[in-house]
Structures are given as structure tokens and as C-alpha cells.
Design a protein around this ligand. Structure first.
Ligand SMILES: CC(C)(COP(=O)(O)OP(=O)(O)OC[C@H]1O[C@@H](n2cnc3c(N)ncnc32)[C@H](O)[C@@H]1OP(=O)(O)O)[C@@H](O)C(=O)NCCC(=O)NCCS
Length: 193
């Protein structure tokens, strides 16, 4: 049993190594209706960590590694916005996605218009996975970001099946397959004040 598991682990990591650089790109056109307010999960948007209410921020900081927190802060300092999903009853952090406008990119997988919005660093806390939070968070983000025009874009690794399914549930459609872009190729290094 152990040998079979080890065999499949090796096959999977071999497959991932081959396809690590391959990304799928998705797009969603409007309309972007307001998501239904159901269950215990709520959503909010922040431009800085300091603006996140204390219990939610504490819960986020305790759940994320210091590397992830540092990267989140770098994205915010470089003009990204952060959409959060959290539990209404105890402000427990449940999910995160960042956004950046087309105009903030030097280049991306496909040509972007200024008002388009790219969603990235999508993540749902382990305890909350499998409840459709990622797709609700993306729908909330598109409702918040795209009322005045523009399209939503997102990319993920070809083998990230949970992510591909969540992206599909948010209404995105497959657009292209491309080699992974480095962050330094994609964005202008502009810091927010
Ligand atoms: C990808 C991710 C954001 C999906 O979030 P989510 O809110 O769990 O999304 P969904 O509820 O729509 O679930 C997606 C699929 O993952 C499955 N899944 C993955 N991990 C799971 C877990 N720990 N518990 C339950 N279901 C899980 C779900 O069953 C579902 O499969 P289905 O379509 O057959 O029902 C989340 O798994 C995650 O944070 N992964 C790590 C980071 C990542 O890969 N980010 C994406 C970068 S583009």
C-alpha cells in the first residue's frame, strides 16, 4: 500500500514538474450581479492591512505564514486591492484574492484593457475549502470591481483542479494556455504612497 502511494506521489510530482510552467488563462465578461448574501460568510475589500478590522486581521496573520503575509503586503504596497471572505459571527478569516487593473500591468498573458481586472493569489483557508467560498469571493470581487465596465481575468496552473473548478463556478471561461509569466515581467513597480 505504501509503495503504491509512493509510486503515485512520484508520478504526480513528475507530472507537476513538467507542467509547472504551463498556465491556463480565463476570462469573464459582464454582467456582474451582486452575489446572494447567504450563510455565515461575508466579504469586504481593503487597500491596506491597517484598515482590516482587528479580529479579522489577527485571524489572518495567525493563519498565514510570514512569507505569505510579506507577499500580501508587497502586493498592497504596489497598488493591488485585497478582497477577503470571513465568517460573520467571529470574523474568522476564510479566503483572499488580490486584484489589479489592466492599466497597472506592463504585460500579461493576453492583452488587457485599462479597466479590466486581474484576480491573483486566490486562496481559501484549509478548514473552509470545498464550500464554494473561492467562487463566491471571485463573484463578490467582480461585482465590486467591474460595475463600470471591464472584464475579469484569472490564471492558474494546468494541474490545479480545485482551482480550475472554482474558477469555472465563478463563471469564467477558458481563454488560453500559456507559459508562466514572472511577476517582474507583468507589473510596473509602482508603490502606493
Ligand atoms: C483552489 C481553492 C482556492 C478553491 O477554494 P474552495 O473555496 O475550496 O473552492 P470550491 O469550494 O469551489 O472547491 C473546489 C474543489 O476543490 C475540492 N477541494 C479541494 N480541497 C478541498 C478540501 N480541503 N476540502 C474540501 N474540498 C476540497 C472541492 O471538493 C471542489 O471539488 P468539486 O468541484 O469536485 O466539488 C483552494 O483549494 C485553495 O486555496 N487552494 C490552495 C491555493 C490555490 O491553489 N490557489 C489557486 C491559485 S490560482
Amino acid at each position: 500500500m505504501h509503495l503504491i502511494r509512493e509510486f503515485w506521489r512520484l508520478v504526480r510530482s513528475f507530472y507537476r514538474d513538467i507542467f509547472r510552467r504551463k498556465h491556463l488563462v480565463f476570462v469573464k465578461d459582464g454582467p456582474f450581479p451582486r452575489p446572494l448574501d447567504e450563510g455565515d460568510i461575508s466579504f469586504a475589500t481593503y487597500k491596506r492591512y491597517d484598515n482590516v478590522p482587528e479580529p479579522l486581521r489577527r485571524s489572518m496573520l495567525s493563519a498565514c505564514t510570514s512569507e505569505a503575509t510579506e507577499m500580501n503586503q508587497i502586493e498592497l504596497a504596489n497598488g493591488a486591492d485585497m478582497h477577503l471572505a470571513f465568517s460573520k459571527t467571529d470574523s474568522f478569516w476564510a479566503g483572499i484574492v488580490f486584484t489589479r487593473r489592466g492599466r497597472q500591468f506592463d504585460s500579461w498573458y493576453v492583452p488587457l484593457d485599462d479597466d479590466d481586472v486581474v484576480y491573483f493569489r486566490l486562496g481559501v483557508r484549509k478548514e473552509f475549502r470545498g464550500h464554494g467560498i473561492a467562487s463566491r469571493l471571485l463573484r463578490y470581487g467582480m461585482y465590486a470591481d467591474l460595475q463600470n465596465g471591464g472584464r475579469g481575468f484569472i490564471d492558474c496552473r494546468v494541474y490545479n483542479s480545485p482551482s480550475i473548478r472554482a474558477i469555472g463556478r465563478a463563471g469564467f471561461r477558458f481563454l488560453a494556455k500559456a507559459n508562466k509569466m514572472k511577476r517582474s515581467q507583468a507589473i510596473k513597480p509602482v508603490r502606493r504612497g
